[in-house]
Design a protein around this ligand. Sequence first.
Ligand SMILES: Cc1cc2nc3c(=O)[nH]c(=O)nc-3n(C[C@H](O)[C@H](O)[C@H](O)COP(=O)(O)OP(=O)(O)OC[C@H]3O[C@@H](n4cnc5c(N)ncnc54)[C@H](O)[C@@H]3O)c2cc1C
Ligand code: FES
Length: 276
Amino acid sequence: MKITSREVLADSQGVSIVKLVIQSPAIAAKAKAGQFVVLMVKEEGERIPLTIVEADPGKGTVTLIVQEAGLTTKLLAGAKAGDSLYSIVGPLGHPTVIKNYGKAILVGGGVGIAEIYPVAKALKGAGNHVTVIIGSRAKGLLILERELKAAADDCIVMTDDGSYGRKGFVTEALKELLERSKYGLVYAVGPIPMMKAVSGVTRPFGVFTLASLNALMVDGTGMCGCCRVSVGGKVKFSCVDGPEFDAGQVDWQELSSRNSIYNEKEKHICRLRNAG
Ligand SMILES: Cc1cc2nc3c(=O)[nH]c(=O)nc-3n(C[C@H](O)[C@H](O)[C@H](O)COP(=O)(O)OP(=O)(O)OC[C@H]3O[C@@H](n4cnc5c(N)ncnc54)[C@H](O)[C@@H]3O)c2cc1C
Ligand code: FES
């Protein structure tokens, strides 16, 4: 599990996003769009889920894009080419159902842009007309614009502060597109408030909308219950039943409060580590 390359994609406003290519032939041979890995940076560390952004079975590598959030993602983003990870398990989760939906809109917010990239390529390969809407807080935080412009038919860029592309949220561009034409699929990945807002925008249009959920995960195998989400009133485990679910059926409020359960403890751990 050697890291073969590392590239900083964004480092601005206290946010750092890094691309890592990792030697993992078994995962590279099987990975499909929409799936993820669970990895450990060190033996004494925690397990975190990350989307498989690209897999190259020929080279036996998988590409991950990681945004520093807390201790583990900081350790990972700080690793160098040549370093080895303690463990990596995958591919996990159901692959995205790739078929011809006709016209599809993929909405990516922040590091969620990394997660729509493999899905955009796969949907395009299945003959869909693919429009991507990508958004970030500011220009310096936008990732994969060039790659998505090459992969999709249309690419709309939004920034919250108007420093690049159009000023505003991704949902504004989404609403305009839905008012103008019929789409078979809307697919969203990003912060929970963004995915919730996307499902609110698409509901009146009756468009099938999938969201790839970022529930907290531990084992990634359906045993620990950490990634529990309520979808359509039923309990689902995001790792084995997802990570994609019908966005209109997700209990966003519950997901949001479950994901913030460890906020205070995590801040404490970070302070201890920084002090050490
Ligand atoms: C299926 C899946 C795929 C993912 N893919 C990617 C990816 O490709 N790139 C990427 O950068 N991140 C991805 N994530 C999110 C990533 O797993 C978390 O950011 C990471 O676990 C944070 O760990 P940490 O120890 O660095 O931060 P922590 O110290 O655990 O958390 C720091 C802050 O981030 C919040 N946080 C922690 N975990 C999550 C989470 N899963 N979702 C939302 N907020 C969280 C905490 O509430 C806290 O506020 C994915 C999550 C899932 C479930
Ligand atoms: S992460 Fe443990 S059940 Fe899903």
